[in-house]
Design a protein around this ligand. Structure first.
Ligand SMILES: C[S@@+](CC[C@H](N)C(=O)[O-])C[C@H]1O[C@@H](n2cnc3c(N)ncnc32)[C@H](O)[C@@H]1O
Ligand SMILES: [Zn+2]
Length: 278
């Protein structure tokens, strides 16, 4: 499939070879046994993204299908832009449940996933064989994408950092971006258990430089979890896992079932004419 990943050293397009990628001047990057290529510049400190425990929890929870209403609606919004094929880039793809779902719904599309977390990519790599070469993965930052200018037809950002200039740069002139964010009452039932005074999520300002909003849809549903392990998985994949005190955690651990609204906003953007993203 047509390659869009570029060399992080010199910026030239990479070519895929068995077990590695290389550029025209000879920089070479091994493909890990887990199926991704590391295109991150070396940095001992830096942000490593989600850790293995969070990702394992996310994988188990998403596989349970409770977020299927979001994936279904996202596929409906994306499919018209990928009917005749095209390139999808999932930025902050995590363990790849949404990426994989989209590629399954759009069999002519070619998928690329990037995430700063190698742990996440190890999980995502396990999905590649089912997609028969249509899913390539790279460790990379959303803010410095090793991706060719104008090479992406649909950029897919689900709950990941927003780097508008970089996203504009990699999108084709008629490219789109689908951005998923939590709605105001998302996981309200979980927050009521965790916190004495829960707050609604703030509504995001839909205006983004270089983009015009083409369509916006809300996804609202009620879910019920009867498995304490899945309640913990849901908790661990949210930011609340970082900021909940002992009392809140204890209340959650005592739960045998949880009912909560889930609420999302899907924002479809068109790249503005003439916007190069630089
Ligand atoms: C909330 S998770 C969402 C994962 C996936 N899109 C999903 O919805 O299941 C956010 C993801 O963004 C990744 N991430 C965080 N900072 C990043 C960055 N600067 N560049 C690329 N990925 C990043 C994390 O490692 C994590 O996998
Ligand atoms: Zn190079």
């Amino acid at each position: 499939m047509e390659q869009i990943f570029t060399c992080p050293v010199c910026g030239r397009l990479l070519t895929e070879a068995p077990g590695r990628y290389f550029c025209a001047v000879g920089h070479s990057f091994d493909r890990s046994a887990k199926g991704y290529v590391n295109l991150l510049p070396p940095s001992p400190k830096g942000d490593h993204g989600d850790n293995r425990r969070m990702i394992a929890a996310r994988r188990m929870f998403l596989e349970g299908g409770w977020y299927a209403p979001l994936l279904d609606e996202a596929e409906r919004m994306a499919a018209p832009h990928l009917q005749e094929g095209g390139t999808v880039l999932d930025v902050g793809c995590g363990e790849g449940w949404y990426t994989d779902g989209l590629l399954s719904a759009c069999p002519l599309a070619h998928g690329f996933g990037v995430d700063i977390s190698k742990d996440a990519l190890r999980f995502a790599g396990a999905r590649q064989s089912a997609r028969e070469g249509r899913l390539l993965l790279a460790a990379a930052s959303a803010y410095h994408l090793p991706v060719a200018d104008g090479s992406v037809n649909l950029l897919w950002n689900f709950f990941a950092p927003m780097a508008t200039a970089e996203f504009c740069r990699v999108l084709a002139p008629d490219g789109y971006m689908l951005y998923a964010v939590p709605g105001p009452k998302h996981l309200w039932g979980l927050k009521e258990i965790l916190y004495d005074t829960p707050y609604e999520n703030q509504t995001v300002n839909p205006a983004l430089p270089g983009f015009s909003l083409a369509e916006q849809r809300a996804v609202e549903a009620e879910i019920r979890l009867d498995d304490p392990q899945q309640i913990q998985n849901l908790f661990l994949m949210t930011p609340y896992a970082y900021r909940t005190n002992g009392a809140g955690r204890a209340r959650l651990e005592a739960l045998t079932h949880l009912c909560t609204p889930i609420s999302f906003r899907l924002l479809l953007y068109r790249k503005e004419e003439g916007s190069a993203g630089v």
